[in-house]
Ligand binder design. Structure first.
Ligand code: LCS
Length: 400
């Protein structure tokens, strides 16, 4: 639907990639719940396998529902093409396995979602790929870590869970000045393309856990890779087909396409609610620090303003109290729900050190400036007064 390129974000999130089936003409793209597709003849099958004829073969190699989501996300990210995976980790591992081999080197920011960190630190390193972790927000840190054999520069912004902001334009510039062939890969899960478009800022590849805001309804695990057409083809025909097999099911794709119709409205509300909660928390006498990129007190607030169109729905806090008291507070919420994941309609709270980031040792957490007592909020779409009241009640229960 390239004629829709110039249409607005909301129009594209709704219409882009939808399948039009003459005759039946359903409004919603139906669920193609099939593992395989029928060939007219052996000649046609051979042509499709050889890439000489367009058309579906087998759902691990492509399915119309996955293609619909891939096109939607790629279009919104201003990318050439996309590939949907069975999880965010499936997207990350598919993209990285496509790019590296034994003897290669990756530079990654030190603050990552726990399982991304585990894959880079303990997974791929077993196969002869070296990974160096540095703090990309420190001037000179990335440059000093780049090597002749560096193939990938990997980071999140905002980072999970401490909301550190990394200057995408600056990182892409430094990496490409060092070697134009380095693939700069940005995990854009916390923002979605509604708030931030890394490809426009010089990155080469965007990663999503579509489990989060893209789907937005807490009922799917999925991931997306967006980048140049040739790279996405390689991800599909090697990384996905032969290495990870991290294939999304048609029903999950259907749910994401359904959820994405309201992406902009949801993101606006997440941002508004989170700003109100962040301001409330910043004024609370029991709160030592609030990490929210929209607050002027955030150390990289200026970079956030420059590269984001809104500050998102994620907040982290440190209390003026022990880790034990922080855990007590987590158990005292009623409306805010104690669960990992994020980007859902429900406000979720969790304890990174013992949950999402338990793949880091305590020393590793401290080394990247993360206090093990940190509490993380994914602010939902409820009435903000009710979220704040629940937080207020929990504070009263624990601290009187
Ligand atoms: N990237 C980021 C930034 C994430 O937050 C997550 C999951 C992933 C990738 C992996 O995606 P998945 O495979 O789960 O779809 N983050 C989670 C979190 O913070 N709580 O639970 C999962």
């Amino acid at each position: 639907m390239s004629s829709k390129k110039k249409l607005g974000f909301a129009t594209r999130q709704i219409h882009e990639g939808n399948l039009h089936i003459p005759g039946i003409a359903p409004l919603a793209t139906p669920i193609f719940q099939t593992s395989t597709f029928i060939f007219d003849s052996t000649a046609q099958g051979a042509k499709r396998f050889a890439g000489e004829e367009e058309g579906y073969i087998y759902t691990r190699l492509g399915n119309p529902n996955a293609a619909q989501v891939a096109q939607k996300v790629a279009d919104l990210e201003n990318g050439e093409a996309g590939l949907v995976a069975a999880s965010g980790i499936g997207a990350i591992t598919t993209a990285i396995w496509t790019l590296v081999k034994a003897g290669d080197h990756i530079v990654a920011d030190d603050m990552l979602y726990g399982c991304t960190f585990a894959y880079l630190k303990h997974g791929i390193s077993r196969f002869g790929v070296d990974v160096t972790f540095v703090d990309f927000s420190q001037p000179g840190a990335l440059k000093s870590a780049l090597r002749e054999n560096t193939k990938v520069v990997y980071f999140e912004t905002p980072c999970n869970p401490n909301l550190k902001i990394i200057d995408i334009e600056e990182v892409a510039k430094q990496a490409h000045e060092y070697n134009k062939d380095i693939t700069v890969m940005v995990d854009n899960t916390f923002c979605t393309p509604y708030l931030q478009r890394p490809l426009d800022l010089g990155a080469d590849v965007v990663i999503h856990s579509a489990t989060k805001y893209l789907n937005g309804h807490g009922d799917v695990i999925a991931g997306v890779i967006v980048g140049k057409k040739d790279f996405i083809n390689e991800c599909n025909l090697f990384g996905m087909k032969d290495m990870t097999g991290s294939v999304i099911g048609p029903f999950e794709s259907f749910l994401i396409a359904r959820g994405m119709k309201t992406l902009d409205i949801r993101m606006k509300r997440h941002c508004e609610n989170a700003m109100k909660v962040a301001k409330y928390l910043e004024a609370h006498p029991m709160v030592e620090t609030v990490y929210y990129p929209g607050l002027e007190s955030h150390p990289q607030h200026d970079i956030a303003k420059k590269q984001m169109d809104g500050f998102g729905g994620m907040i982290a806090i440190i209390l003026k109290a022990s880790r034990e008291k922080s855990e007590e507070l987590l158990n005292a919420f009623e409306l805010c729900t104690l669960a990992v994941s994020l980007g859902d309609a429900e406000t979720l709270v969790e304890h990174p050190a013992s949950m999402t980031h338990s793949t880091y040792t305590e020393e590793e957490l401290l080394a990247c400036g993360l206090n093990p007592a940190m509490i993380r909020f994914s602010i939902g779409l409820e009435d903000p007064e009710d979220i704040i009241q629940d937080i207020e009640n929990a504070f009263k229960k624990v601290f009187g």
